[in-house]
Design a protein around this ligand. Structure first.
Ligand code: AMP
Length: 373
């Protein structure tokens, strides 16, 4: 299929209105596009970046329709939207010819852990051993295929470790099993991984693919804390991680930006999950790459360029979670006046524990105590 380029000043729609929509809006505005966003939230980080805010439930198809009528193309900054809304968007693609990248078909795969992991397997990305649990699970013999400790994960609507529970032993799991009558889960072996890495990749409407080199991710309380770019792993592993990402982009017929996460154990890369949008671990690209992941999201959606060459520099991204950097005004002052730090705040009205309030990019190699002020 040949897609015509969508030139500025057109209106780009984004489902969701959080920080990812905000950064998408900044990139779109640089190129002269206007952004409309849709979510149930008023006065969102995306609106404050200059987007026109459409507010409604994802299942309010009248409001969603008004929003879709107002845009020239659509992308996602938030993918956990109900099937009803995805079907409605698909109808718009068919009847109105609306451009939607990535496609709802892809969103569906990424929104379901089991489907996602089966897809990885099918295209040759190794995954952790897991068991699918549906409805009332009675076939206890199947548990012999799984080594404990294992993690029970909901198939849908789980992120940042939410919807997950670890079981150290089979017996512990069996005790809980009786009380759960409506499984829609996977039970996944815990991997004693060395590190977690991720690759951000993008595919243009003409099929050209670009990837940034892999980064290393460090989590705190299940939330991404640091991204170190590039990951300090062998060139062979870096290449392999990029090849897996390219393979996924191609086989799933993806257009847009995605983030693919891996566990690395010895020399084995195991695909964990992918996000069908720019990813938190790609925020370093805003200050240490020639094109950021949000620039790529705009360029892939509009197709005004077909290909480009990415350059990145060593950098570290630190998430500002909860009140960590907001307790003392002095801390923010120190960060802002330090020329080595680039600060991105998301304009969220309330500081809540565990909420991502912003991030800091540092240009240079990782060292201890980089973010102690
Ligand atoms: P997820 O939502 O699947 O990305 O899980 C959130 C985090 O939990 C991951 O980034 C890992 O740190 C940890 N985790 C998830 N699955 C596993 C696993 N099978 N083995 C070890 N750690 C895991």
């Amino acid at each position: 299929m040949i897609y015509r380029p969508i030139y500025p000043p057109s209106i780009l729609g984004v489902m969701g209105s959080g920080q990812l929509g905000r950064m998408f809006t900044h990139s779109a505005a640089k190129l002269g596009y206007q952004v409309h966003c849709y979510s149930p939230i008023f006065d969102s980080p995306t609106k404050y970046a200059g987007a026109t805010e459409f507010v409604g439930k994802y299942t309010d198809l009248n409001k969603l329709g008004e929003f879709l009528d107002s845009v020239d193309a659509l992308t996602f900054e938030f993918e956990n939207i109900p099937e009803e809304a995805l079907l409605f968007i698909e109808e718009y693609i068919e009847t109105e010819g609306l451009r939607v990248f990535p496609s709802p078909k892809v969103i569906r795969i990424s929104n379901n852990r089991e489907t996602e992991k089966n897809f990885f397997r099918k295209i040759g990305i190794p995954v952790t051993n897991f068991l699918s649990l549906q409805g009332k699970f009675t076939d206890i013999n199947k548990l012999s295929d799984i080594k404990f400790p294992a993690i029970l994960k909901t198939n849908q609507f789980g992120y940042d470790g939410k919807g997950q529970r670890k079981y150290s032993t089979r017996e512990e799991f069996l005790t809980d099993l009786i009380s759960i009558t409506n499984f829609d889960h996977i039970l996944e072996e815990e991997v004693p991984f060395d590190i977690e890495i991720s690759v951000i990749g993008a595919r243009f409407p003409n099929g050209k693919i670009v990837t940034y080199p892999a980064s290393k991710n460090i989590h705190k309380n299940h939330i991404l804390d640091l991204t170190i770019h590039p990951a300090n792993i062998s060139e062979k592993l870096k290449k392999e991680a990029e090849e897996h990402t390219k393979n996924l982009l191609e086989k799933i017929d993806y257009i847009g930006v995605l983030g693919l996460e891996f566990f690395l154990k010895d020399d084995l890369l195991l695909g964990n999950e992918f996000a069908p949008r720019p990813h938190n671990s790609g925020h370093f690209t805003m200050d240490s790459a020639n094109f950021s992941q949000f620039d790529l999201q705009v360029l892939c959606l509009t197709g005004i360029v077909d290909d480009l060459s990415l350059k990145t520099f060593p950098s570290v991204m630190k998430n500002m979670v909860g009140d960590e950097f907001f307790k003392e005004k002095e801390t923010l002052k120190k960060l802002i006046e330090n020329s080595e730090y680039y600060i991105h705040l998301y304009q969220k009205k309330e500081v809540i524990s565990g909420r991502k309030m912003g991030h800091i990019n540092y240009l240079g190699e990782f060292k201890d105590n980089l973010f102690l002020f």
